[in-house]
Ligand binder design. Structure first.
Ligand code: ADP
Ligand code: MG
Length: 251
């Protein structure tokens, strides 16, 4: 079982879009995949047209409060979701001294036979993200290709490193930064990418996701890239990204 957290305290960079679309693609390939939402906004549920306040579904607050008696909701073949809603807010500023709350359940997830867990995190500095890191083998940071976004990336990297250094038993590997919402027609793009490649070296993914209307519109229609035409750019780019992640993770 591999656990991957997608994080960045900046909003709107594509965390939720990545979790949902990568989850769909990887489960479609036959990997039993679990999405865990730790963002109080619960956008993963909205994206997948799922009721985040469902009383039947095991949600992230249940995990934090050790109530494991509800069902993990199935979204589609091989894809499962532990949704989040605003009730998780009460756990968003806790010190992880007595041990991570999520880590306690790692065996529970193993027993359920998940091959892969993808965790979505809030767009804030939050102990929910730290909790997510404690259970993770890897983490990944999406970023927009904008000058100011570089600051967001370095803050996210610092936050993860501090967590790893200060929270016992957290040792996830930094997979890298993925550029999202790329518009290569912008003249500044190439110099921006070169600068980022210089700073990050092999921690900048070769795959990138373009700025595409079909991705922007997809949550509205509860669609994912799997619902698009086989040759659609969005689908092909996400397949390439998932393959690069696979290569790095060794799944
Ligand atoms: N590659 C893309 N092209 C167009 N729109 C995108 C793309 N990636 C994300 N978006 C849109 O940008 C917004 C923010 O993305 P989201 O995944 O919710 O970011 P985050 O979870 O980091 O806050 C959403 O409306 C989403 O549909
Ligand atoms: Mg989000």
């Amino acid at each position: 079982m591999k656990v991957l957290t997608i994080l960045c305290q900046k909003g709107g960079v594509g965390k939720t879009t990545f979790v949902v679309n990568l989850g769909k693609l990887l489960s479609h390939k036959g990997h039993k995949t679990l999405l865990i939402d730790t963002d109080p906004q619960g956008n993963v549920s909205t994206y997948l047209n799922f009721d985040k306040n469902s009383k039947e579904a095991l949600n992230t607050t249940d995990l934090f409060e050790n109530r494991l008696d509800k069902e993990i909701m199935k979204v589609s073949e091989s894809l499962y979701l532990i949704p989040s809603n605003k009730s998780i807010t009460k756990h968003s500023n806790e010190k992880i001294i007595g041990g991570s709350k999520l880590m306690k359940h790692k065996n529970f997830f193993r027993e359920k036979g998940f091959d892969l867990i993808l965790i979505d995190t809030p767009p804030t500095i939050s102990s929910l993200t730290q909790e997510s890191l404690t259970i993770s083998d890897y983490y990944l940071i999406p970023s927009k290709p904008e000058f100011l976004a570089v600051e967001g990336v370095s803050q996210a990297m610092d936050f993860a490193k501090e967590t790893i250094n200060n929270v016992i038993k957290a040792d996830p590997i930094f997979l890298g930064v993925v550029l999202n919402q790329v518009d290569t027609r912008r003249s500044s793009f190439q110099s921006f990418e070169n600068e980022l490649r210089f700073l990050l070296a092999d921690k900048l993914f070769n795959s990138k996701i373009s700025q595409l209307t079909e991705i922007a519109d997809s949550p509205f229609y509860a669609k994912t890239v799997l619902d698009f035409n086989e040759n659609s750019k969005a689908r092909l780019e996400f397949i390439e990204l998932s393959e690069e992640i696979f290569e790095k993770v060794g799944l």
